[in-house]
Design a protein around this ligand. Sequence first.
Ligand code: ATP
Length: 248
Amino acid sequence: QPSEPLLEVNNIEVIYNHVILVLKGVSLSVPRGGITALLGGNGAGKTTTLKAISNLLASERGAVTKGSIRYRGQRVQDLDPAELVRRGVIQVMEGRHCFEHLTVEENLLTGAYTRTDGAAAIRRDLDMVYGYFPRLAERRKSQAGYTSGGEQQMCAMGRALMSRPETILLDEPSMGLAPQLVEQIFAIVRAVNEGEGVTFLLAEQNTNVALRFAHYGYILESGRVVMDGPADALRENPDVKEFYLGVG
Ligand code: ATP
């Protein structure tokens, strides 16, 4: 069972362009070894929260103006994104972002760039990734730009795994994918979580699937957490059913 908080976001505010207040005091606790889902509709602030954690807001003229973000107890909000990767936190951005002109395997290998443990270990991890994503093994010599949306999502996740992360921040993995594929992607998240002990914080609009695979969920509305709880409890909650699960 997940326990000790690995990542703690405490009452953060995020402002874009000096004036647009988008996160209005968001707090989250991500336990080591868990799958935590960040839920909510379009524009609720999920992506902004992930980018605040991985320090990717500056390029969008956004900034954390209040609150704190701690990883393993240490303040991380002023760190270079690459330093965060070295500490074990990697983000898989919304919309995949594979290098289109590289093959699938070359894409995976780019994920190992921060590692210093040598070719044999990297080779072993490539096999580990192909174990979780058999489809990537079949497509490893294909140019990523010519693979399907689902394969590109897998490629982006596989590349993240090649950095041997402790924590993956996964933004909207279901985006644009057919239901069956969404199911497959989430099953792989669960398998990687259980098999490698990787901690996940994932942002997802598809509440239904996210709450079936995650352990714990936070629901964001207009930049605030309006509800949180164990995934099973949220799935049974009448408000969640009515407003997020489409039944009620
Ligand atoms: P989505 O599923 O659409 O990504 P989200 O919950 O991830 O939704 P965010 O992308 O975090 O939401 O956006 C939250 C709010 O911040 C939205 O109102 C959006 O318009 C605004 N926003 C996002 N990026 C910027 C930016 N660079 N400059 C100004 N406002 C922004």
